[in-house]
Each structure stands twice: as C-alpha cells, then as structure tokens.
Design a protein around this ligand. Structure first.
Ligand code: ATR
Length: 301
C-alpha cells in the first residue's frame, strides 16, 4: 500500500457519500485507501444530507464539480426520479447507490447487484440456475433478488410481512423467463420447506446487526437470528449474510455449526465500492487494498 501522504490541492477530484447519517460509513477510508494505492489525486468525503434536501444535494454536487457520489440509506430511492439517466439495474431495483457526474449530467447506477454477484464469485459460488432462499424483502433484498433473477435462479423470498415478499417475487419475475421467484412468510414451516435442496441462503434483514453503529433502534437485533433454532440450517448451502458489523452474526454461527459455509457482507460492500470506483476513475479498483481498509476498521480477516 502507498504510504505517501496525499495533499489535497486545486486539482484534486472529489467524490463522496450522501446519506443520513454517514458518520459510521467505512466507504471514505475504503475509497481513499484505493486512491492512495493507485496514486490518484482524488478524495472521497462524507456528505451528510438531510432527507428533505436530496434534490439540492444533487444540484450542489453538479455545481461544485464533484465527479460523482455514492448514496446510502435513506437516499437511494429518492435519487431515482432526480438523475438524468438510469442504468437498467438501477431502474429495475428502484435504487441508485452510485451517481456518475459528467458534463453536468447525472447517471444513476446501482452497483449493489453486481457487488453481490462478485461476492458470490469470491466465495466460489456460481449462481446460474441455483436454488436460493432470501430472508427479508426490503431495499437490500431488491438488489439481491434482481441479481439472482438475472442469474436465472429459483428464489424463495420469506419476509415478516409476507405480502412484501410476494410482491417482490411478482415484480422481478419478468427479469428472466428462466427464473422462478416466489414469496411467503418468514415462519418456521416455510423456512423448513424452502431449505430443502437449497444452494444459497441470503440474509437481508438487520437481525444480527450491531445496534450501536446502525440506525436500528431495537436493542435486541444484534442478539437474534432470522433462522429458527428448531430448523436445521441446510449444510450443503452457502450462507451470505449481508451484515458486516459484526463480522460474525448469530445466523453465521448457526450455519457454521451445521457444517455449511458462511460469508458476511463485507465482500459485497467492497465489490459495490470497487464497481463505483471504476465508474468514476475508469481504472480497475485495488479490491484487496479496499478490503484491508475495511478490515482495519471492522476487525476480522
Ligand atoms: P434495507 O432497505 O436495508 O433492506 P429495510 O427496508 O428496513 O432495510 O428492510 C429490512 C427487512 O428486514 C424487511 O424485509 C423487514 O421486514 P418487514 O418488511 O416485515 O418490515 C425485515 N426485518 C426488519 N426487522 C425485522 C425483525 N425484527 N424481524 C423480521 N424481519 C425484520
């Protein structure tokens, strides 16, 4: 890794992260480590934007000459009608997590779906035609289900509010005529049924997330798992828990104890960032350096 100190000067290109809040994000150190590694005169800054002020933030970013920015909760959906152009993925998912600013125009991308697929690839998992179980049907699930539908997977989405899971399955079914999507309740019996012969389980709920560094107010979230103790975790499946704080969740422990493989969400986080980095700079991202910068903050290996 480069150790020389980067001096911000008049020529420095600026990108950043809009969100509310943004102070716990690992994206600034992750991207700044990548710029340093490649010796690029760029910097990435946190930009707290109140939910009422997203349109002004976009205009401001253009006016200030930013090269682009990432968006996190709760701004990803708000950007969809505001940008000049949307990629197919951003339009289908209904969320923009990366904006590329060029010649006064804003292009809205979604790199979460691609980041998820690259994370699966890192884990040695080929999603083509796989059988997947997705827990949760919120914003994170939309990117995951879209990515799996483009991989022609069979996907069962189970959610505390089953109508949302059923609606999500119906919405993404047209993505691929070869994909098979269905939704249902996040209850013991459907989990048991869906776990038979499943290759991949993805947790998109916040259950297991550390509460002190998240927006989740429920103090019990970091102690609980969406997977009932009464249902054996399918040992042939790969678990991808999108949570990366902590690096090992109760659900990951259940999977590992059952003999299954388990990954946290850090790889997806890094790969969505890497795709954004390449969109802005036109250069391949130093993924290992970005991962190391995150691990230095979050712990683990
Ligand atoms: P994100 O946009 O980050 O995915 P979200 O939209 O709040 O976050 O979605 C979180 C998902 O986790 C939702 O599917 C939510 O279920 P509901 O649709 O029923 O709200 C699910 N979730 C959140 N807290 C949960 C809990 N305590 N038990 C089960 N599911 C939960």
């Amino acid at each position: 890794m480069s150790t020389s100190r980067h001096i911000i000067r008049g020529s420095t290109q600026v990108v950043g992260l809009i969100g509310w809040p943004v102070e716990h994000s690992v994206s600034p150190p992750m991207h700044n480590a990548a710029f340093a590694e490649l010796g690029l005169d760029w910097c990435y800054v946190p930009l707290p934007v109140h939910p009422d002020r997203v349109p002004e933030a976009l205009l401001g970013a253009v006016a200030l000459g930013l090269r682009g920015f990432n968006a996190t909760v709760p701004h990803k959906e708000a950007l969809v009608p505001l940008v000049d152009t949307l990629t197919d993925a951003a339009r289908a998912i209904g969320a923009v997590n990366t904006v590329l600013l060029k010649d006064g125009k804003a292009v809205g991308h979604n790199t979460d779906a691609g980041g998820f697929l690259r994370a699966l690839n890192d884990a040695g998992f080929d999603p083509q035609g796989c059988s997947a179980l997705v827990l949760g049907a919120g914003g994170a699930a939309r990117a995951v289900v879209y990515a799996l539908a483009t991989s022609h997977a069979r996907v069962t989405i189970l959610n505390r509010t089953p109508t949302k899971a059923i609606a999500l399955a119906a919405e993404f079914s047209p993505v691929s005529p070869r994909a098979r999507l269905q939704g249902g309740p996040l209850d013991e019996s459907p989990i048991q049924q869906a776990s038979l012969g499943v290759n991949l389980v993805v947790n998109t709920t916040p259950l297991g997330m550390w509460t002190r560094s998240s927006r989740i107010a429920d103090a019990e979230h970091d102690e609980i798992s969406p997977w009932p103790e009464t249902v054996p975790f399918p040992r042939e499946a790969l678990l991808m828990d999108l949570i990366y704080n902590p690096r090992e969740t109760p659900l990951m422990r259940q999977a590992l104890q059952a003999g299954a493989r388990a990954c946290d969400g850090l790889s997806m986080l890094v790969h969505q960032g890497a795709e954004a980095f390449t969109l802005w700079t036109g250069q391949d991202a130093p993924v290992d350096v970005m991962m190391a910068a995150c691990v230095a903050i979050l712990g683990g290996e």
